[in-house]
Structures are given as structure tokens and as C-alpha cells.
Design a protein around this ligand. Structure first.
Ligand SMILES: [Zn+2]
Length: 393
């Protein structure tokens, strides 16, 4: 290893050591903390030197100190292990963290921190069984329980192992006393989605009812059950479930409006259909709802009535999408001499709307044009929603 490389490698060690020393110095004087910083055994320094020199063989023991400085040294080990993990050197990362875990002289808290990082090393190395076993050992030890459960859940979510995720979330709920119902409901929805793909509707139905059993406000489960009912011609049940979604999460109405119209059309109850249209007419609606309803009114009643509804609604809730569609309507209606000018406005509005995303994650800001129940960027559940406002719905 070249000298500049070694200096670069030492930087994060110095930074981490300084940070941990600073953290511990809140109740100590500056001189005391400086002393603690350098009060490591000579074996520790020799071991660290060997490790940093990138020798082919790792030292058998670089951690040979039993004084008060042991926990400080352990913090350095953990930070250095994390650094190796970030660099992709898993052998050294595991070695550093395992050496802290194995040292019986250290406090339980410090060893638990090292065990947590060790589990993350295994995860990064793709040794998922070992990672899972290490997180479980941490939970059994009674330390970092919430962090360990969280990491285990992330691991199972990443692997789409929903049955395991349900088991872990249930255990977390029982041990930590915080409701995980909303999360478990999503896991059951995932199982239901898999069952639907495999044409196992009965299983899907069972999973979705369990989802609602864990979280009766789970709009996703209601939508999936309603979709199944619609598919099987159970229109009254489908209608009831879609209505339930409107109560659970009104912002999801644009996602289900076309299916609601489909149910009304297939069920054939004209009075109920018109009563629903009347309700839409009386409220301010998202643009997707306005567009779909306009088409339905034109089909069921008249294009003139549909246009009146459209103008009334886009004035109530102005949006670029509404303006664009209105401008397109004007092309046919304008005089031949003015048509080209209106077309230019249409083209401009089409261009403006071209790259506008329809959905945004409230947690990480991810944007896209497809609805996700779990953000593909940050992994949060229920954080992606329709963009509301002039540029959105
Ligand atoms: Zn996100």
C-alpha cells in the first residue's frame, strides 16, 4: 500500500476516534478525554498497524486491553469495521466487528453495537442466513432490539419473503408493544398478489381478509378485494368495497374511478349510477375523476351536458391537465384561420405536461408515473401518493 493510500485510510479512523472521544467527553475535561483517546495498549496499536498495513494475513488478536480505554478502542474497531464494509472489504469488516463481539471484557452495549454491525456485514456480503441469525441473536441478547427487528424486516422485504416478514413483525409487535398492523396488512396484500398471479383466488381472498383483520383501514386490501369481486361479477360487493376505499383514503379515488364506473355499468342499476354521478357533480374532484366522469356523462346523457360538467369542474379545481384537454377541445371549435394558433398552444401544453410525474414519495421525494404501495427508492410503505395541485391532480 502506498503512503497516500495509507493516509487516506487513516483519515476516517482519526475522524471516528475523535468523534467518539468527543461524545464521551461531555462530562470530562478536555485534557482527560485527550488522554483517554491515546490510552490504548501497545498491543492495540501494533495490531491496528498490522491491519492498516493491509497484510495478507489478519492479526490473530489486535484487541488486548482491559483498561477503561477498552470501550474506546472498541468504538474505533467498530468504526473501522464499518469503513471496511463501505470499501467492500468484508473479511476485515467481519474481523473487526467479531473481535469486539468476542471480547468478554467489554460492556454489553458495546458488544451489541458490534454484533449489529456484524449482521450488516453479512447482509452486505450476501450471507443472508448468517445475517438473519446474528440479528436474531441480538434480539435474544436483549440489546438493540428495535434496530434488529427493523433490519430483519428490511431483509425479508428485500427478499420478498412475506411469510417470514409477517412472523418477524408479529414478534416485534408482541415484544415492543407497538402496533405493526398496517405493515402486516401490506405483507398479506403481497401474499395475495402472488396468489392472484398463480390463479389461486381463494388463497388471495383469505390473505386480503387477514390484511383487513390486522388493519381495517388498509385501502390496498379493500381495492384488491373489490377487484376480485368485480372480476367474479359480484357487483354489489365490489361497489361496497370501492366505497370503503373512498372512506379509507379519499386521495385514492382517481385509482378506482374507472372501475367504479365499470361496476355501475355492469350492475345495470341506472338510479344508483345517476345518484353516484350527482354526488361527483356536487364535489371538487381530482382531474382524473373529472376526465372519466365527463366521458361517462357524454355516453349516458349528452356531449353538451358533459362539456358543461367539465367546464364547471375545471374552474372549481384548475389544473394544467384540465387546461391542456380544454385547449385540445378548442382546436375543432375554432375558426379555420385561428386553428393553427390554438394548435400551437396545445403543442406547448403537451410539451409542458410531458415530463410531469403523477406520483411522489413524501419520504424521499422519488417521483414517477406508476402507483407504488412501497416506494421503490426508499422502501417506505404508503409514502407514494398522487401529486395534488395545479401541476398534478
Ligand atoms: Zn421514497
Amino acid at each position: 500500500m502506498s503512503i497516500p493510500d495509507l493516509l487516506w485510510l487513516l483519515l476516517p479512523v482519526a475522524a471516528a476516534t475523535g468523534w467518539f472521544a468527543a461524545k464521551r467527553s461531555e462530562s470530562r475535561s478536555r485534557s482527560q478525554s485527550t488522554k483517554a483517546l491515546w490510552d490504548y495498549s501497545s498491543e492495540f496499536h501494533e495490531g491496528l498497524k498490522g491491519l492498516l498495513s493491509d497484510q495478507a494475513e489478519l492479526p490473530t488478536d489486535i484487541f488486548n486491553t482491559t483498561s477503561d480505554s477498552a470501550n474506546n478502542a472498541a468504538d474505533t474497531h467498530i468504526a473501522l469495521g464499518n469503513h471496511y464494509r463501505q470499501k467492500g472489504d468484508m473479511e476485515r469488516a467481519v474481523f473487526m466487528h467479531q473481535s469486539v463481539v468476542d471480547n468478554q471484557e467489554l460492556s454489553d452495549e458495546v458488544r451489541a453495537s458490534a454484533r449489529f454491525e456484524l449482521a450488516r456485514d453479512y447482509d452486505s456480503a450476501g450471507l443472508l442466513d448468517r445475517s438473519e441469525a446474528t440479528f436474531k441473536a441480538l434480539i435474544e441478547s436483549g440489546h438493540r432490539i428495535a434496530d434488529a427487528y427493523q433490519s430483519l424486516l428490511q431483509l425479508h422485504e428485500r427478499e420478498s419473503d412475506w411469510s417470514q416478514a409477517i412472523a418477524v413483525a408479529t414478534a416485534a409487535e408482541q415484544q415492543l408493544g407497538e402496533s405493526e398492523g398496517w405493515r402486516i396488512a401490506h405483507y398479506y396484500c403481497e401474499l395475495a398478489a402472488d396468489a392472484i398471479k398463480a390463479d389461486q383466488e381463494k388463497d388471495a381472498d383469505e390473505h386480503l381478509r387477514k390484511a383487513l383483520g390486522h388493519d381495517d383501514s388498509c385501502a390496498r386490501a379493500s381495492i384488491m378485494l373489490a377487484d376480485l369481486a368485480l372480476l367474479n361479477g359480484q357487483y354489489s360487493q365490489a361497489n361496497e368495497l370501492y366505497e370503503q376505499v373512498e372512506q379509507q383514503r379519499p386521495e385514492l379515488i382517481p385509482e378506482i374511478i374507472d372501475k367504479r364506473f365499470d361496476v355501475f355499468q355492469k350492475a345495470g342499476d341506472a338510479a344508483e349510477f345517476d345518484s353516484f354521478l350527482k354526488r361527483i357533480h356536487s364535489q371538487r374532484n381530482a382531474y382524473s375523476v373529472i376526465r372519466s366522469t365527463r366521458q361517462i356523462i357524454a355516453e349516458r346523457h349528452s356531449p353538451q351536458l358533459a362539456d358543461r360538467f367539465f367546464k364547471d369542474q375545471i374552474l372549481k379545481r384548475p389544473s394544467l391537465k384540465g387546461l391542456r384537454d380544454w385547449a385540445h377541445d378548442q382546436v375543432e371549435l375554432s375558426k379555420p384561420g385561428e386553428r393553427d394558433k390554438v394548435q400551437v398552444i396545445c403543442d406547448l401544453l403537451d410539451k409542458v405536461m410531458e415530463d410531469k410525474p403523477a406520483y411522489r414519495c413524501s419520504s424521499c421525494g422519488f417521483q414517477g408515473n406508476v402507483m407504488h404501495w412501497r416506494c421503490p427508492s426508499c422502501g417506505q410503505w404508503d409514502s407514494v401518493s398522487t401529486i395534488i395541485g395545479v401541476e398534478g391532480e
